[in-house]
Design a protein around this ligand. Structure first.
Ligand SMILES: Nc1ncnc2c1ncn2[C@@H]1O[C@H](COP(=O)(O)OP(=O)(O)OP(=O)(O)O)[C@@H](O)[C@H]1O
Length: 308
């Protein structure tokens, strides 16, 4: 659906984007995860065709796209961090305005506006003036504007930065529903948990370059960290040999009532680990799974924390 290759952008002497390449398929959510100033907004502005690039290519469904490509812009719903909404108008009236701007016919716009309000969860408040909205609700309306023309590619620039938890959840759910319906989503964030929850693949970006890319599991695999299954159990010592015999167990430790098994994929191994422990005579009271997160990957790759 989207392919970008070796994107580059300089501002004066500052290299903001230094050869960024990735692809996104229909129905896939790709997350660009990186700290402030990493080059996320610059990258997506070039993809959206609102910023001239110094180098590289953007292909949408195989067709080249740039700042002058009107066809390409129709394929994209770009939701910047701030979009000018009319505070005295309601959500519905704002959407009507943008629908006209996008050239939607009145008969086409009316049902589409209802659909969009539903997707972003604002149907109940559709007729209230936007000045009475929370920051999160305004952000959801921004996303609604980006969806009006049914773009197959949606680009969201930190849509949850600074929004309340309820709106944040609503935004994440809308994105999941959209990808379920086949929309390709490019999502930038510096919230690691969000990238982990939402994105099929993640590109870790720092200083204008993608440092690593993959699924959460692939990224975590890069730094060689393992998942840990912790069992609280009586008679745990009895289970140690059985657990050590499991092919997936990389390391087993036992201390007082705590049994710990290091594995590559805790979700896959959990039932076998539990069965092996109980069959060997351990009485398990509690189970905890710890999966290493992207924060550790980021730290490993860049030597710094995602949020300073
Ligand atoms: N118009 C501009 N003129 C000069 N420098 C710019 C301009 N836009 C961005 N930059 C610089 O380019 C670098 C990348 O910025 P960019 O906004 O793409 O980062 P980001 O990852 O989106 O950060 P944030 O999370 O803060 O939005 C930063 O050093 C920024 O200061």
């Amino acid at each position: 659906m989207l392919k970008c290759h070796e994107l580059r952008k300089k501002f004066g002497d500052l290299v903001a984007v230094d050869g960024v390449s990735f692809t996104i398929e229909s129905g896939e959510t790709y997350g660009l995860l990186g700290p402030n100033g990493a080059g996320k907004t610059t990258t997506i502005s070039m993809i959206a065709g609102i910023l001239e690039r110094d180098g590289g290519d953007v292909l949408i469904s195989g067709r080249p796209h740039g700042t002058t490509s009107t066809w390409g812009k129709k394929q994209i719903g770009y939701v910047p961090q701030d979009l000018a909404l009319y505070p005295d108008l309601s959500a519905r009236e704002n959407l009507r305005f943008f629908a006209r701007l996008y050239g939607l016919r009145r008969a086409e716009a009316r049902p589409r506006i209802d659909e969009v309000l539903d997707v972003v969860g604002l149907t109940d408040r559709a007729n209230d003036p936007v000045k009475e909205y929370s920051g999160g609700m305004k952000r959801r309306l921004n996303i609604g504007v980006g969806l009006l023309h049914r773009p197959p590619l949606l680009i969201l620039d930190e849509p949850t930065a600074g929004v309340d938890p309820q709106s944040r959840n609503a935004i994440l759910e809308s994105v999941s529903a959209l990808t379920g319906a086949g929309v390709a989503v490019l999502y930038t964030t510096h919230y690691m948990e969000e990238a982990e929850r939402l994105c099929d693949r993640i590109g870790i970006i720092d200083l204008g370059r993608i440092r690593a890319e993959g699924t959460r599991r692939e990224l975590v695999g890069l730094v060689g960290e393992l998942d840990r299954i912790s069992l609280t159990a009586d008679e745990g010592a009895k289970a140690v040999p059985a657990l050590e015999a499991l092919p997936e167990a990389r390391k087993v430790s036992h201390h007082e009532s705590r049994l710990e098994v290091m594995v590559e994929d805790a979700r896959q191994s959990l039932t076998r680990v539990l069965a092996a422990a109980t069959d060997a005579g351990a009485v398990v009271h509690a189970v905890e799974v710890h999966e290493p997160n992207l924060e550790s990957v980021f730290l490993h790759l860049t030597g710094k924390a995602l949020r300073d």
